[in-house]
Design a protein. Sequence first.
Length: 157
Amino acid sequence: MTPDEIAGLLDQYRAGIEAELALLRQMADVAKDQRQATQNSDFSALGQIADARDRIMRSLVTIEEGLRSVRQALVDHRQLATAIPGYEEVARRHREAATLVSHILATDQQSMADLANAELARRSAVAGLERGETTLAAYRRVLSPPVASAKLVDKIG
């Protein structure tokens, strides 16, 4: 590959990584919203947030598919690419994208932990209701004996 071809690939990659960064920033905002919704147990908002995440992820996947071959060509010709003006800036943007992804994943882990805790609390509440229902049913049987028992008393007395 010639230096001009590598420079063209670098320009393509720069444009793609900028588009990915814009989407990743949106995803970071959505992840924050999701975290807030899980902390507030706002489960109706989680559906809308999931739809927004899906849209952003589809766009990211589309861009990434287009960049895969460009990135591989730059890796294959790294020595030539590093000599092209602007390479370091593109490499920095690539690292920034990786940092954003790590931040989003950390936020997602916190959200998943909150959801798991909410599920445990929900299960505990359900178990408590079931125990209470069983206890009340037993108490009702004590207070209101079945009608068959009353017939037995009527025959004897």
